[in-house]
Design a protein. Sequence first.
Length: 98
Amino acid sequence: MIASLWPVADESTSRLMQEFYRIRQSSAGTTKLEALREAQLELLRGVVKMEPAAVSRSPIDDPDWGTTPQAPPFPHDANAPFAHPFYWAPFFLMGNWL
């Protein structure tokens, strides 16, 4: 089971799950844990793009969201719209990792 204890964004979660299942089906022998990691990396690296019609607001649209005096703001990259950890970091695998 893939789970999250945080609020998540619909579009990025949908794209993450699509990539997870694509990787599982296309790579024989890949464990669920490896497939989840690879799908998360694809969001981080900008391989997964936003659907053109999907325009939604998330907490990171607020310029002050997630910033602390110690942490600089996360740079936005239009070529990697889901690179921010908000989109890929909340997910973890429970149960059978194979």
